[in-house]
Design a protein. Structure first.
Length: 307
C-alpha cells in the first residue's frame, strides 16, 4: 500500500513538468492506467474518489506506444497502476515490471476475466488481450477494480461504491443494446474480417464467426505475407461477407488492398477497436466507442450477401 505522500509528490512533479492529468495540490489517491480504453472505464468506476492519469494518448496503438522517463517515474510513485495485461502493452512491460518491483500496488484487468485464446494465426493458443469488445467481461473488470481500490489509503470507499454501481448499470445497458442490435443480423451473415484478430470476445459473447484478419497474429506489429492475403481472400469468398472492417488506430491500406484482391463488391468500414479518439472524433469514451462499433457492424453485415 502506497502512502499518500507519494501521490502528492507525483502530482506536484507533474504540475511542474506539464504532464497530462496533473493537478497541483490534488491530494486524492493517484491511479495510473496504461491504455486509454481502460483509463476511461477506471475513471468512470472510481469517479471523483481518485485522480486517474492515462498514459496512452488518443488514437495510439496499445501494442507499441511508449512513455517518457517522467511518466515512468510517475508510475513508480502511484498508489495503484492499472494495466490490461495478457501481452497487450508490448512496449510498456518493462516499466510495469519496475513499478511492481518498486512496491507499487497493481491491478491487471486481464487477470480478472474469463480469458480466451486466439483460435488461429501466429498467436494461436496464446491469450487474447482484447476483452473490452465484450461489455460483460468489462463488468468483471469493474467488479475487481472496486475491490482493489478500496485497499488504497485515503480512498473514499462509499464514493467508489456509488460510482462503480452507476457505471456497472451503464455497462449492462450497453450490453443489452448490443444484444438487440446484433439480433437483427441474420445468422449466415455474422462473419467478421478486420485488420488483425481483435473480435474474439465479441464473437464469443454475441455469436459471430471470425473469418480472419489481414494481419495474421494478435499484434499490430506483425505483417501479412502474400500467402496470408491469398488464404484470407479465399475465406472471404467462401463466407460471402458484405463488409470488412478497418481499425481507426491503423491505416486501412492493407485491408483496402485485400478488398481489391478479393475481386468482389465489398465495403470497407472503419471501427474503433484499439484506442479511444480525441473528443469529437466519434469514440472519446468506451461507451461511445462500443455504440459506434455496434451500429457500424450491424449496418455493414445487414446489407445482404455480395453478388
Amino acid at each position: 500500500m502506497r502512502r499518500l505522500l507519494g501521490a502528492t509528490v507525483a502530482a506536484l512533479a507533474m504540475a511542474l513538468t506539464g504532464c497530462a492529468g496533473a493537478a497541483g495540490g490534488d491530494d486524492r489517491p493517484h491511479i495510473v492506467v496504461t491504455t486509454n480504453i481502460l483509463g476511461d472505464v477506471i475513471a468512470g468506476t472510481v469517479g471523483d474518489a481518485a485522480r486517474v492519469t492515462t498514459l496512452m494518448r488518443p488514437n495510439a496503438d496499445p501494442h507499441s506506444f511508449e512513455i517518457s522517463a517522467r511518466e515512468a517515474a510517475m508510475m513508480r510513485e502511484a498508489d495503484l497502476v492499472v494495466s490490461n495485461g495478457l501481452g497487450l502493452e508490448e512496449g510498456l512491460q518493462r516499466h510495469l515490471d519496475r513499478a511492481a518491483e518498486a512496491g507499487v500496488e497493481t491491478y491487471v484487468a486481464g487477470e480478472r476475466i474469463d480469458v480466451l485464446d486466439y483460435a488461429d494465426g501466429e498467436s494461436a493458443g496464446t491469450p487474447d488481450p482484447h476483452f473490452w469488445t465484450d461489455p460483460a467481461r468489462m463488468r468483471d473488470v469493474v467488479d475487481g477494480l472496486e475491490v482493489a481500490v478500496k485497499d488504497i489509503e485515503g480512498i473514499d470507499e462509499q464514493a467508489v461504491a456509488q460510482s462503480a454501481a452507476a457505471y456497472r448499470t451503464e455497462l449492462e445497458e450497453l450490453d443489452q443494446e448490443m444484444t438487440e442490435s446484433f439480433a437483427s443480423i441474420a445468422e449466415q451473415q455474422r462473419s467478421l474480417v478486420t485488420n488483425h484478430h481483435v473480435f474474439g470476445y465479441l464473437a464469443d459473447r454475441f455469436g459471430f464467426r471470425v473469418v480472419g484478419a489481414v494481419i495474421p497474429g494478435g499484434t499490430t506489429l506483425a505483417a501479412p505475407s502474400a500467402a496470408d492475403l491469398r488464404d484470407l481472400t479465399e475465406a472471404i469468398e467462401r463466407a460471402d461477407v458484405p463488409t470488412i472492417f478497418a481499425e481507426s488506430s491503423q491505416p486501412d491500406r492493407l485491408i483496402q488492398v485485400l478488398a481489391d484482391e478479393a475481386g468482389v463488391d465489398i465495403e470497407v468500414s472503419e471501427l474503433f477497436t484499439e484506442s479511444l479518439t480525441e473528443k469529437g472524433e466519434g469514440a472519446d469514451t468506451y461507451l461511445t466507442m462500443m455504440r459506434a462499433n455496434t451500429e457500424r457492424i450491424t449496418s455493414g453485415l445487414s446489407s445482404g450477401p455480395t453478388d
